[in-house]
Design a protein around this ligand. Structure first.
Ligand code: ADP
Ligand code: GLC
Length: 496
């Protein structure tokens, strides 16, 4: 079984969020399964960062797509044997700025072209005229809107014999563009209709994937259900409902080489569920590093996040003064919406020894906050899966979360019964509001003071198997199912 895993970001080559973590870890985990016989290659745009990290890179093919001269460069991930095909095109991908936007945060205006090229090349590699005749995918695994056109090209243009899967990591991002792009992107005119890729008068890359892919998956069982409702479907709920039999939710895992308190290379001390002491030293170092008052008895509430409406962190600044008064400290790392960045900066100026706000993107600090904080705050309005709460669980930093998507599937609220059954792993808000967040944090703080109980909650989370291993088995079953190699209902693959 040859699989082409198509993605717009993959850690450690390039990362803006959880998609990169998944794309870096899942293909590796499937490849490592003893029951998997075949190969996986990741297809990714050749941004500058990709070429600076790709190992043993060599050109394997040249092709012209929508008038763009592209070289396909085959290499390996810097940290594993996973093979990567990077699309080299200086004009499209080798720019200063991020994968999706310029340094001011504005989307690149030619994103439709940049990601249609990615999708089209995926389709060509799975077609009968592939420039790589020695390696042909049986299955193209697409991820998010940036790759959504691939199933459409496979079905409508290249008439590919391969099958396709679209994994939805976040339905809020749909890649909707002016229909004027139809011609440039060589999309058949008759695909621009409700039974096709038309979406409220625009071309929708995501809808194309949802409509044309053979199977669909998303990153938690709860989100698989939520996106079929008006409240969470961002307009795609009807189509998703009609495809419910082809849709499965598989909870993400974590890369236990990268995110493991026993060997995390970003940490100066290590710890485990049986020996938690190192966490105290990391906490003291974190306080020192961030200019917070060094005090083992002050609970640190950690935040590492994109600062967007989705993440619900706008609920935090209003209740911070009260929590600061109660002795809490905050270690915040994030970037995004400017008013929210300013609100956290104001708090940091007002309470310098108790609130630290680091603006920007810092991998090293994110690991140290995860390990050094006492609790992790994630009050998302919706959360397809969420990886940070999983990292919180693994690092003995109980998450405080809303009951949605992957948060609902991965965090078990602390109460009498869950404590008794050793299943308590965090704290779940009643609803998405400032008051609920405040009350839940206060509830967590009162448990925190009871050290033996807190330790039990930490250990419950740390002992869980959050690795990709078991999840990779579900993906392999999904691959087999898509290829018609076995026929159990997709619903049976739903995995928490
Ligand atoms: P999303 O992909 O929606 O942003 P996830 O929780 O799935 O949310 O994944 C976020 C990933 O991005 C995690 O690996 C997290 O540590 C990382 N991350 C988010 N913001 C930052 C930041 N400012 N600095 C470092 N890492 C960050
Ligand atoms: C998206 C989602 C996040 C998920 C990640 C990886 O960015 O917002 O919840 O964990 O994709 O699947």
């Amino acid at each position: 079984m040859n699989i082409l895993f198509v993605t717009s970001e993959a850690y450690p080559l390039i990362k803006t969020g959880g998609l990169a973590d998944v794309s870096g870890a899942l293909p590796k985990a499937v490849q490592a399964l003893p029951q998997f016989s075949g190969s996986i290659r990741v297809l990714i745009p050749g941004y500058n960062a990709v070429f600076s990290k790709l190992q043993n890179a060599r050109e394997v093919a040249r092709l012209i797509v929508f008038g763009q001269h592209c070289n396909l460069v085959l290499g390996k991930m810097p940290d594993s044997d996973l093979e990567v095909i990077a699309i080299q095109n200086t004009f499209l991908y080798e720019r200063n700025g991020g994968p999706y936007n310029d340094s001011l945060g504005h989307d690149w205006l030619d994103n439709p072209l940049r990601f249609a090229v990615l999708s089209r090349i995926a389709s060509i590699l799975a077609g009968t005229n592939s420039p790589l005749p020695d390696w042909k995918p049986d299955l193209v695994h697409c991820n998010d809107w940036q790759t959504g056109l691939a199933p459409a090209y496979m079905k409508l243009v290249d008439h590919s014999p391969a099958k396709s899967i679209l994994s939805i990591h976040n339905i809020a991002f749909q890649g909707n563009f002016h229909p004027g792009w139809l011609h440039t992107l060589a999309l058949p005119v008759n695909s621009f209709q409700i039974n096709g890729l038309e979406y409220y008068g625009q071309i929708s890359f995501l809808k194309a994937g949802v409509f044309y892919a053979d199977k669909l998956s998303t990153v938690s069982p709860t989100y698989a259900k939520e996106i079929q409702t008006e409240a969470y479907g961002f307009g795609m709920q009807g189509l998703l409902k009609s495809r419910a039999d082809d849709l499965v939710g598989i909870l993400n895992g974590i890369d236990s080489n990268e995110w493991n308190p026993e060997k995390d290379t970003h940490l100066r001390k290590h710890y485990s569920s049986v020996k938690l002491d190192g966490k105290k030293t990391i906490k003291a170092n974190l306080q020192k590093h961030l200019g917070l008052h060094v005090d083992a008895d002050a609970p640190i509430l950690g935040v590492v996040s994109r600062l967007t409406h989705q993440k619900g962190l706008d609920l935090l600044p209003g209740i911070m003064p009260e929590l600061v008064k109660a002795g809490c400290q905050f270690a915040i790392l994030g970037s995004g919406e400017k008013p929210l960045e300013s609100a956290f900066n104001d708090m940091a100026q007002r309470f310098p020894s108790q609130v630290s706000m680091t603006n920007g993107y810092h991998e090293h600090l994110s690991h140290n906050i995860m390990a050094g904080a006492d609790m992790f705050i994630m009050p998302s309005r919706f959360e397809p899966c969420g990886l940070n709460q999983l990292y919180g669980l693994a690092y003995g930093t109980p998450p405080i979360v809303t009951r949605t998507g992957g948060l609902a599937d991965s965090v078990c609220d602390t109460n009498e019964s869950s404590l008794k059954h050793h299943t308590a792993t965090g704290f779940v808000l009643e609803n998405v509001s400032e008051l609920s967040l405040l009350v839940t944090i206060q509830r967590a703080l009162s448990v925190w003071k009871d050290k033996p109980t807190w330790k039990n909650i930490q250990i419950n989370g740390m002992k869980q198997d959050l690795s990709w291993g078991t999840r990779a088995v579900s993906y392999l079953a999904l691959y087999n199912n898509t290829l018609g190699q076995h026929s159990e209902k997709l619903a049976q693959l739903m995995l928490v």
